[in-house]
Each structure stands twice: as C-alpha cells, then as structure tokens.
Design a binder for this molecule. Structure first.
Ligand code: C2E
Ligand code: CA
Ligand code: CA
Length: 735
C-alpha cells in the first residue's frame, strides 16, 4: 500500500494549503448558489458553517497529516453534499464528488479515500432513506437509496484504486531515482580522488567532495565561492580559458598544474564530462594527483641526460642540443663552436688530495665554465675532467675569445677544503656550419684539437684543422697496427753512445725504439709511444725493449766490446707496473748481466706525477743495483728536497738547455746550475743533444760528467754502432 510518504513535508503543506483555498472558494460558491436557489439566509449560513467548521479545523496547524487530511476531506465531501443538496438532489450535480475525489489525490494517501468512501456511502444511504428528495431528484435512486449509495461508493472505490495504482508506480520511480541519487552521492562524497562539479559557463564550483577538500586545503564553503581559475597558477589561466571556451578541456587530461590553498603546486590528470543539468551546463571532474609520478619521471629523464656529479648535460643531451643548434645555425647563417675543455693537472690532484676534493674541483670547474658562457649556450660534462661547451657564434674569432674566457674562468686558484688548488684547461675548438657537420664528428674533432693543445703545453687552445684531422687518422692507423707489429718483428732498437766528458771513454748506449713499418717506413717513437701508452700496450712493448737491450748488451760483452752500460727509457705506465721489478730482475738473470750495467731513464714529470708508487719502485730497483737516470731534467718542477730522497745515479740535462748554449749567456748560467744541482745531489750530470763543438766545450768547462748528442754519435742499429771493436771517441773528445 503506498504510504504517501514520498511526499515531502513542504510539498504536502503546499497541497494542503491549496485544498483549503479551494474550500474557501467552494464556500463562496455555495453561498452564491444558495442565494440563487432562493434559500433563506439562515439555511445558507448553516450549510456554509458546516463546511467552514471542518475547513477551519483542517487549517489549524495541530495534529498530523492524517488528521488534517481527514478533516479537509470531510470538508470537501460536505461541500459537495451541500452542493447537491442546494441543487435539490440534481443527479448531474453528483459529479462534484468525482472532482472532490480527484482533489483528494493531492494528499497521496489512502486515508482520504477511505473517508470519502465511508462518507459517500453513509451520507447517500442515510440521508437517501430519511430525506430522499434532498439527495436525489432521480426516481430510481429515490426508491432505492442504499443501492445508489453503493453505486456511488463503488465509483469512489474505483477512482481510489486507480489513484493508488498510480501512486505505487510513481513511488517506485521515485524510490529508484532516490536510490541512484543516494549511491551517486555516496560515490561522490566518499571517493578517494578529488572530484568536483563546476558550471561550464561561469567556471564556478557547484559541488566538491571530501577528497578535494582534503587535497586542496579549501573548506567546502571556500570552494563554493571560488571558480576553477582559483586552483590554477596565474600563468596557466590564459590556456585554461582557451581550452574551456571551446570545450577542449573535456578530453585534455593534462597533467595540469593546480595550486593548493597553501600556495604549493601539484600536478594532476583530470577526466571531465559534461553533466547537463536543467539550469547549468555542469561539468563533473575527477582529478588524480600525479605529482609524485611526474617527479619520478622528471628525475629519471634528468638522470638519463645529465651527469650525476655536476648535474650538467651528458653526452647524449649534448649531441641532441648540438643537432638543434646546427639546424638553427644553418637557418641564421651563423657558426656553432664546439669547445672541448680538459683540465690540466686534474689527475695528480685527484690522486694526492682524494676523490672528494677531486669531485669538488670538477663541480667548481663546471660552475666557472658555465659562468663564462651565455644563456643559450650548453655546457656538458663527458666524464672525467672533460667538459664540452657549444655556442652559436657569428665569426670564427669569437670561438677563440670563448676559449680564452673558458681558460681564464678556471685559471684563478680554487679553495677546496683548505687546499689551494690551481688548474688550467686545454681547449680544442671545432666549428660547425650547419647540418652538413655531424655532431659526433664535431665533438671528435674538438677532442683531437684539445689533444694537440695539451701536447703543446698547459692552458692552451687549438683550433681543429684538416691537417690535424690527417694526423688523427694516422694515429688511428697506428693504433690498429701497433699490437700486431710486435709479432711481425717490426720493432728495432737503435743505440746512441754516451761518453765520459773527461777521459772520453764510452760510458753507455741509450736504446731508442724505432718501428720499421712495412709501408710507412721508419716511424720515430714520438709518433707511436703515446698511442701505446694510451692503450696499455706500452707494458708489453716496454718489456720487449728491456729484454732486447739487455740481450744486445750481453752479446756485446760476450764479444769483448767492453764494460759500458745500456740505458732504457721507461714510460710512466711501466713505472707504476708492479711487475716491473721482477721482470727486470729475471731479465738480468737470464742474460747474465750485472744489475749495474742497466740504467733506466725516467722523466722528471713521471717522477712527480705519482710520487708514492714511483718511490717504492725506485727503491726496489736501487736494491737490485739497477741505475736510475732522470731524463729531460729541468723541464719539470721537481723539488730539491724530494729529489734528494730518491735513489738516483744521474740527471740528464734536457736538450733544450744544451741547444741554447753558446748563443745565449742565460742558457750557460742555467746549465751551470743544473750541473751543480746534480753534483750537490751526489749524482752524475749528463748532457744530451750536444750538436756543436762550442756546446761541448762549455759543458766540459762546466764540469758535466757525460755527453750525448749527434756531434758524438747518432742513434744507429746495433750492427752499425760497434761492429767487432769498441766505438772510438770522436776527435772532439780527444782535444
Ligand atoms: P729521449 O729519452 O730524450 O731520447 C733522446 C732523443 O733525442 C732521441 O730521439 C734521440 O734521437 C734524440 N737526440 C739525441 N741526440 C740528439 C742531438 O744531438 N740533437 C737532437 N735534435 N736530437 C738528439 P728519439 O729516438 O726520437 O726518441 C724520442 C723520445 O722517445 C725519447 O726521448 C724517449 O723519451 C722516447 N723513447 C725512445 N725509445 C723509447 C722506449 O724504448 N721506451 C719509451 N718509453 N720511450 C722511448
Ligand atoms: Ca732518454
Ligand atoms: Ca731526454
């Protein structure tokens, strides 16, 4: 049975009021009708008062819906009965009851109908019997009032049943609607993701859920006073307006930046759909906070394209940017300068002061390089102490200015954890003119130019040219041919004699390596030693040199040539090789030579760059009895106190000092100082590169102990230096 509970109180009140108004009009109508039918005032007043009494009772606010609707029903039915009565029981006037029954429907309740049935049946039956003409003007009804009362009742019942059926249906609909509304409401309110509904025209919030309140920090009231513009950063508003204007926002999922109440930005993806309500074009939005995911993505992207130490772009990003810059340069007819910067002296600092300071140095260098560049330029770190800057420039000479600026930027001393550190940088430059130059090639060329700058001394820069490229190609060929050359027996040792400056006796031969290349001819060591050093092949090659020199010396001794020594040049890699001492020892044993007949030459810079390792190796060699000579002396920066602790036999004054002797008085002073230095350290002074009689005379005069140079003997193959007899001192020595 429908309860009419679906009717909300305000609706019921409104309907009840309407029925009371109808009753008032009804009373007015009845009064007018009474006068028209010429009833007495008294009669009319009593009839109207009956209706008015029930109406007034129904009007007062006390009692529940049931009582008030029952009273209003009685008032209506009384009015209808009086209408019939005043018409003189006119049978057509009975249709009023159906109008009244229809009005009772407004209460959406079964009680008024029961009241109506009881009233209609009772009234027509009782009054029909007592006063038949007052109720009916129809003879059949007058003769059988209860039957007619029953007929009236049956119609009222049918009308009531039809109404009840109608309510049932509408109540079911209503309940269903209420259910969906409820579940939607629950879904909206309790959903863990922020959701809101806004007005597509004014962008005002119409509703927000709890998650939105929690997430954005605004209260519900604050939200409802805001528009969706208020949760976007100001700079995003123009875009928001553009997309909402044409309804694009419905598919644009973002991520968008939203601003929370505390001013922080979050990234959200949203899904929006239109909810056309009766009055507004509403949009329902569900937001998903993806700040954490996006942060992670950004971080991963950053990691993929940046150097973790300095956060500068890495090679991949550099190549990418270089590509863009080259395309841009082609359009604007400008140049792209690629500046390959390599720190000089980074390795010794890193080795001696530790990696922590080394890292700080790299960071500081990166900062300084960046500071020397313009905003559109890119600085990348390729690893180690290698940085590359790419800059768009108008003319070639600007590249040189840039290189100078970069060099100057790192030149002034750095203060790193109390250490004052000074580095310089070698810069190689290559120039790109457009898409014809590949980024990889430009970086490679700049690298080649950098190597050249480095080999020319510290803190210099060099521009890549095609000759440089030719040399690079040659270097590559050498690198490929070098290893197999040993198996093919292409290496040769040449020997250059060293003489005692006083008694002119032969002191030693220096073994100098040559490569007899099948197509390139005799290749000097300067062209391949550094390649062998870079690849590590120098260890194998160096061992071969020691073995071959010792074997040759043993052969000479066996032939009775004399007791002179052999000098072998060592490279830096060999000096730090832990197997060196054992190898030297076993070679000496195998050839039967006394250790004192072998002199190992190490350069001054080698000695200084890896002090601790070289010191222990030198000690061990000294204990074996092998001699150690410092080559190219005067070109490095060795401290006297350090030299005095290293077990040495001789200092070899560098060729460059000897070359100036006789022409430059200052050179004589320097040479004198170096000879004295050797003597003060208690070792022999050796002069190399002696080419003229004048140089020889001065060196003899200065008290130099041993002389080597083209004047006295060029490096020659073993078979040509000695033959069967000992080499003769040249005429100059006997003077
Ligand atoms: P270095 O140790 O200073 O060798 C002396 C170089 O000076 C030799 O050049 C020699 O030919 C050259 N020379 C000798 N007298 C004169 C002279 O009067 N005037 C001029 N202008 N030059 C003179 P070379 O043979 O081309 O060797 C160059 C460098 O290659 C050597 O310099 C040495 O550092 C390195 N080297 C040579 N052989 C070996 C080796 O077996 N192992 C290693 N690690 N390095 C080697
Ligand atoms: Ca040497
Ligand atoms: Ca030398």
């Amino acid at each position: 049975m429908p309860q009419g509970r679906s009717l909300a109180q305000p609706d019921w009140d409104r309907r009840h009021r309407a029925i009371l108004v109808i009753l008032a009009l009804y009373i007015v109508g009845l009064v007018a009708f009474g006068f028209y039918r010429r009833y007495s005032v008294q009669h009319i007043a009593i009839d109207a008062a009956a209706v008015a009494m029930f109406s007034a009772w129904a009007w007062q606010p006390f009692g529940g819906r049931k009582l008030r609707s029952t009273l209003a029903s009685i008032a209506l039915l009384t009015a209808a009965s009086i209408g019939v009565h005043l018409s003189g029981g006119n049978i057509e006037a009975h249709f009023q009851f159906f109008v009244v029954i229809t009005l009772l429907m407004l209460y959406q309740d079964w009680l008024p109908f029961l009241v109506a049935i009881a009233y209609v049946v009772g009234e027509h039956g009782i009054i029909g019997v007592l006063l038949p003409t007052a109720v009916y003007n129809h003879p059949a009804a007058q003769s059988n009032p209860w039957l007619w009362a029953g007929i009236h009742g049956a119609f009222v019942l049918a009308a009531s049943a039809a109404n009840l059926a109608h309510w049932r249906l509408s109540e079911d609909d209503h309940k269903r609607a209420q259910d969906t509304e409820l579940s939607y409401e629950r879904l909206f309110a309790g959903h863990p993701q922020p959701m809101w509904v806004y007005d597509g025209a004014t962008l005002r919030f119409l509703d927000v859920n709890d998650a939105a309140i929690a997430h954005y920090g605004y209260s519900r009231a604050e939200f409802l006073a805001m528009t969706i513009k208020d949760i976007r950063p100001p700079e995003d508003i123009p875009e928001l307006l553009r997309t909402t204007a044409d309804g694009q926002d419905l598919d644009a999922a973002g991520p968008w930046r939203h601003r929370t109440k505390d001013g922080g930005d979050i990234l959200v993806r949203i899904s929006t759909h239109r909810v056309p309500l009766s009055t507004v074009d509403a949009r329902h939005v569900m937001a998903q906070d993806v700040t954490a995911q996006e942060d992670l993505m950004t971080q991963l992207r950053h990691q993929a394209f940046h150097d973790p130490l300095t956060s500068l772009p890495n090679r991949a990003l550099l190549i990418d940017r270089l590509n863009v810059m080259l395309r841009q340069a082609e359009r604007s007819e400008t140049l792209v300068a690629v500046l390959f910067c390599d720190l000089d002296g980074f390795k010794p600092i890193n080795d001696s002061l530790g990696h922590a300071i080394g890292d700080q140095l790299l960071n500081e260098a990166g900062r300084r390089f960046s500071g020397a560049l313009r905003p559109g330029d890119t600085l990348a770190r390729l690893g180690g102490d290698e940085f590359v800057a790419i800059c768009e420039i108008d003319a070639e000479h600007v590249a040189i200015q840039l290189a100078e600026r970069l060099g100057a930027a790192v030149a002034h001393p750095m203060e790193l954890e109390g250490h004052q550190v000074r580095v310089s940088t070698s810069v190689g430059i290559s120039l790109g003119r457009g898409r014809a130059n590949s980024p990889d090639e430009l970086v490679r060329n700049a690298d080649i130019a950098m190597y050249r700058a480095k080999s020319g001394g510290r803190g210099r820069f060099e521009m890549f040219d095609s000759a440089m490229h030719g040399r690079a190609v040659m270097r590559l060929a050498i690198e490929q041919d070098l290893r197999p050359a040993l198996g093919r027996d292409e290496f040769r040792l040449f020997y250059q004699p060293l003489f005692n400056a006083r008694d002119r006796s032969l002191v030693a031969f220096e073994a100098l390596l040559r490569w007899e290349h099948p197509t390139r001819g005799m290749i000097p060591p300067a062209d391949f030693i550094h390649v062998a050093e870079d690849s590590g092949f120098i260890l194998t090659l160096g061992a071969w040199v020691i073995g071959e020199a010792c074997r040759q010396l043993a052969a000479w001794r066996a032939a009775g040539a004399g007791t002179f020594m052999v000098g072998v040049n060592l490279s830096a890699r060999q000096l730090t090789d832990p197997g060196l001492v054992d190898y030297v020892e076993s070679t000496l044993r195998a050839t039967g030579l006394p250790a004192s007949s072998l002199v190992l030459e190490i350069t001054e810079s080698m000695l200084m760059s890896n002090i601790s390792a070289s010191f222990s190796t030198l000690e061990a060699l000294k204990n074996l009895g092998v001699g150690v000579s410092v080559d190219d002396f005067g070109t490095g920066y060795s401290s006297l106190s350090y030299l005095s602790r290293v077990p040495l036999d001789s200092l070899k004054i560098d060729r460059s000092f000897v070359a100036e002797l006789g022409t430059d008085e200052k050179a004589r002073v320097l040479a004198a100082m170096l000879v004295d230095l050797a003597h003060n350290l208690g070792v022999r002074a050796v002069a190399e590169g002696v080419e003229t009689e004048a140089q020889l005379a001065i060196l003899q005069d200065l008290g130099c102990d041993v002389i080597q140079g083209f004047l006295l003997g060029r490096p020659l193959p073993s078979g040509l230096v000695l033959g069967n007899e000992a080499p003769k001192a040249p005429a100059a020595m006997t003077a």
